[in-house]
Write a protein that binds this ligand. Structure first.
Ligand SMILES: [Zn+2]
Length: 96
């Protein structure tokens, strides 16, 4: 089976699974393949990873409102699609 490459948007949508280690091996491979070819997404993943390390796991920690706002401020220069996705990540984490 030859899997189609991930698009940037697909990658951004599943980045938390990647960092949480809940991604399937097949998807993980496609994810890594995209990162190898895309500097923008590599930078994006690193930013998310650093943020997660600074705050604790996205999936386990409820972010306080000030913390959430600081993140949104930090990423306000991102393009709107990525910013919307990040806000979705934050909303998801706050439900858990
Ligand atoms: Zn990309």
């Amino acid at each position: 089976m030859t899997a189609a490459p991930l698009t940037c948007i697909e990658l951004v949508e599943i980045v938390t699974e990647y960092l949480d280690g809940t991604m399937s091996p097949e998807l993980r491979q496609r994810f890594d393949q995209h990162l190898a070819l895309c500097d923008g997404c590599t930078e994006y993943v690193e930013q998310i990873r650093e943020t997660v390390l600074a705050l604790g796991s996205i999936s386990e920690q409820n972010l306080s409102d000030p913390g959430r706002q600081a993140l949104l401020d930090a990423f306000r220069d991102w393009t709107p699609p990525k910013r919307r996705l990040w806000q979705r990540v934050l909303r998801r984490s706050s439900r858990q």
